[in-house]
Every structure is written in C-alpha cells, then in structure tokens.
Design a protein around this ligand. Structure first.
Ligand code: 5GP
Length: 125
C-alpha cells in the first residue's frame, strides 16, 4: 500500500528493522551513511535498494533535513554501488518513489538501482 512521503517517521518500518539487524537482507555494500541490499522482489537482473542510515521518510524528507555529510555520503554510496556492480559502462537506472502518487510503499527513503538489461521506457504507462 502506498504511504505518505512526508512523515512522521515510523521506526518499525521494514527498512528500519533491516538497519537494526532485526530482519535479514542480502547486503551489497555498507558504510557510515548507507546500506545497499538486493530487493526482495527484483524487477530487473540487478535490483538493489540503497538506503541512508538516518530516519528519513522519503527523498522529500532527506533532501530537506539531511545534513551535508549525510547527503554527500549517501550520494557517493549510490554511485559506488553502481560502479562496484559494473553497471556504469552498460548503464543503469535510479528511481525513488515519493508518497502516494509516487507509489512509495516503504516509508524509509530508498533509491532503487536497476540494471543488467536494457530497461526500456521510463514509465510503464
Ligand atoms: P517502494 O515502492 O517503496 O519504492 O519500494 C519498496 C521496495 O522494497 C519494493 O521493491 C519491495 O520489493 C522492497 N521490499 C519490501 N520489503 C522488503 C524486504 O523485507 N526486504 C527487501 N530486501 N526488500 C523489500
């Protein structure tokens, strides 16, 4: 079900629980600012989620409340994950759903990283 992208932050959301180690994930990368792991229901040969470690509901929340260090650290982590997965040369897609119209389902900011095939049209319909 789509969620409100403006909060308040729910510390029981599934990605908060993954960050606390209460739920497992297939980890791809982790540093001080970000955790990257495989999506549980992949929509492409490579479908990785990158999340910041702080309690941000959506891109709207992160871009307005994240510190410079958090924003820089997270952005660099996304780029590094794409590079480490050898997606730079063939190309890849970043996507972040925000709120109800965006179709956001998990209320912890995340970027989808898709790759591994030609990804086709930007939007389904
Ligand atoms: P959203 O629609 O919020 O942008 O996407 C949420 C994504 O999280 C979906 O692609 C969904 O498959 C993924 N997801 C939901 N629950 C879990 C989980 O417990 N583990 C992992 N790895 N991915 C999840």
């Amino acid at each position: 079900m789509a969620v409100n992208g403006t909060g308040p932050y729910d510390p029981q959301n599934v990605f908060a629980r993954i960050l606390r180690g209460e739920l497992p994930c297939k980890k791809v990368y982790e540093d001080e600012y970000a955790l990257a792991f495989h999506d549980i229901a992949p929509k492409a040969p490579v479908h990785v989620l990158v999340i910041p470690k702080g309690p941000f509901v959506s891109f709207a929340d992160f871009s307005s409340k994240g510190t410079e260090a958090e924003i820089t650290g997270f952005t660099r982590a996304v780029g590094r994950v794409a590079r480490d997965l050898n997606l730079e040369a063939p190309g890849y897609r970043l996507l972040s759903n925000v709120g109800v119209a965006g179709g956001q389902e998990v209320p912890h900011f995340h970027v989808h990283l898709f790759g591994g095939r030609a990804l086709g049209a930007m939007l389904a319909g």
